[in-house]
Design a protein around this ligand. Structure first.
Ligand code: NDP
Length: 254
């Protein structure tokens, strides 16, 4: 179907070298997009770039840290210079540090908020001129079940992911007239490096996730390819400001 075709579009996926970000990057490339990934780890960048290039699409990997405003602006400039446009930004890079609220150092709070929330604002601001010039664009921000629920061991993370949903709504309202759609995706429990650590650190987590998820399994990075293509393509041109769970039913189970 033509509405889902991304041929000629250029996308940035932060944290696109692994996990959910790579699942989305691969989906966009398979739909025809040129994909640029941003991460801090050179080896992971190289391996992901090779897999994207193997799909026969244009792709590029950029070293950078999303907590650095300068890095984000540099990478967006590099993408525009190399690929001549920027139509889609997926703000996916994210971290968590699990502790009770009384145990966090302020520096840890700032690190989580800078990585998960402030970076999305900076990237959206930096991409806006190119999208406006092109007559439209798509911004996809990655939230979490903790955009909706609380958790005793994830205060800063939950604050950052709640903030992602509100930032999404604000940007969607502001930029609808520029034909820029801004939406959030809220993954459930997905099997990635991020949660593999939690699975071993938090006793019983694996069983609780299986029991609470109606689909009866952990999600996979590739489960996010379809939603990424939908929200990045003309198929979603009248969809903006939403926060869509991709969670196997986790958020609707009573
Ligand atoms: P992973 O740990 O597997 O991947 C995280 C990615 O982010 C990596 O590509 C990493 O690359 C990049 N990254 C982290 N910090 C930075 C930084 N400072 N600058 C640049 N890149 C960075 O995590 P997931 O794939 O699981 O998570 C992706 C997103 O999905 C996150 O926002 C997470 O909060 C969210 N999410 C995940 C869920 C899950 O169950 N897995 C559930 C709900 C939400 P590098 O190391 O090279 O910097």
């Amino acid at each position: 179907m033509k509405a889902f075709d991304l041929t000629g579009r250029v996308a940035l996926v932060t944290g696109g070298n692994g996990g959910i970000g790579f699942g989305m990057a691969k989906g966009l490339a398979e739909a025809g997009a040129t994909v640029a990934i941003l991460g801090r780890n050179r080896d992971k960048n190289g391996a992901a770039l090779a897999m994207l290039a193997a799909l026969g699409r244009q792709a590029s990997a950029h070293l950078g840290d999303v907590t650095s405003e300068a890095d984000l602006k540099r990478v967006i400039a590099e993408i525009e210079q190399r690929h001549l446009r920027l139509d889609i930004v997926i703000n996916n890079a994210g971290i968590n540090i699990r502790k009770r609220p009384e145990e966090y150092a302020l520096a840890e709070w700032r690190q989580i908020l800078d990585t998960n929330l402030t970076s999305a604002f900076i990237a959206a601001q930096a991409a806006y001129p190119a999208m406006k010039r092109a007559g439209g664009g798509k911004i996809i921000n990655i939230g979490s079940m903790m955009s909706i629920f609380g958790a005793s061991f994830a205060g800063p993370y939950a604050a950052s992911k709640g903030g992602i949903v509100q930032l999404t709504r604000a940007l969607a309202s502001a930029w609808a007239a520029d034909n820029i759609q801004v939406n959030a995706v809220l993954p459930g429990w997905i099997d990635t490096e991020l949660t593999r650590r939690a699975r071993s650190d938090v006793p019983g987590l694996h069983e609780r996730v299986l029991a609470r998820t109606p689909a009866g399994r952990w999600g996979r990075p590739e489960d996010h390819a379809g939603i990424a293509v939908f929200l990045a393509s003309a198929a979603s041109d009248f969809v903006t400001g939403t926060a869509i769970p991709v969670d196997g039913g986790y958020s609707v189970q009573g």
